[in-house]
Design a binder for this molecule. Structure first.
Ligand code: NAP
Length: 224
């Protein structure tokens, strides 16, 4: 489904991003995995690092067809004890990081009059979540960023969509995976697998999703 495409996946070293890299490769794409610990090393919260790594990717691969933003962090805490720097760090990585990478592909995609952007948001960004004021605000921001960019880019043949996962079994949720109270809140009574998010990303990146843009697709086992 993605033969001949060059895809850049942020947060590709672990979890959902890694599963997306594997699924895209299976579908024939050339995948560039970007994170602080990947061979394309980059802190997405640092604009000059983002500019440098994308310039290197273009040098190495000639073009980019698909961008997936999966890099993300949490620093969960009740607002009362949340330090301003803990709020900043989450917004910087999750929201600014997404904007920074989108800015790099924008001129490339416009010139080609094609391209796919897929941003990983969260159900927290739709409903909010106690203990996640920073994270939920960043993910709500990602949704608004996605929807606005979708409107801006649609006339140029570029689609931009968000996926809003619920609880997925990755390093990020390791503290809740054995918690039955959390599991019982999910109508499917289980956490999702990273591969189940990856399948949705494959669909959105493929020609099959040609008329879908500005969408926020939940994958949460019925949670919200
Ligand atoms: P994860 O297993 O903790 O992986 C996070 C990834 O982001 C890693 O590859 C990490 O790589 C990268 N990363 C973190 N900070 C970065 C930075 N400053 N610059 C570049 N890369 C950075 O988390 P995950 O569960 O796969 O989450 C992936 C995305 O899905 C996140 O945006 C998350 O908010 C979202 N999400 C997850 C869930 C869930 O239940 N797991 C639910 C909803 C939404 P390095 O550490 O090597 O940099």
């Amino acid at each position: 489904m993605l033969k001949g495409k060059v895809a850049v996946v942020t947060g590709g070293s672990r979890g959902i991003g890694k599963a997306i890299c594997e699924a895209f490769e299976r579908e024939g794409a050339t995948v560039v995995n970007l994170s602080r610990s990947s061979s394309y090393a980059c802190d997405v919260a640092d604009y000059s690092q983002v500019q440098q790594v994308f310039a290197q990717i273009i040098k190495d691969y000639g073009t980019i067809d698909i961008l997936v933003n999966s890099a993300g962090i949490t620093k969960d805490k009740l607002m009362l004890s949340m330090k301003p720097e803990e709020f900043d760090a989450v917004i910087k990585t999750n929201l600014y990081g997404t904007f920074y990478t989108m800015k790099q592909v924008y001129p490339i995609f416009c010139k080609k009059r094609s391209g796919r952007i897929i941003n990983i948001s969260s159900v927290s960004g739709i409903t909010g979540n106690a203990g996640q004021t920073n994270y939920a605000a960043s993910k709500a921001g990602v949704i608004a960023l996605t929807q606005s960019a979708a409107k801006e880019l649609a006339p140029r043949g570029i689609t931009c969509n968000a996926i809003a996962p619920g609880f997925i079994e990755t390093d990020m949720t390791v503290d809740f995976q054995q918690n039955d109270e959390v599991k019982n809140k999910i109508p499917m009574r289980r956490f999702g697998q990273a591969g189940e998010i990856a399948e949705l990303a494959v669909f959105l990146a493929s020609d099959k999703a040609s008329y879908i843009t500005g969408a926020v697709l939940k994958a949460d086992g019925g949670l919200i």
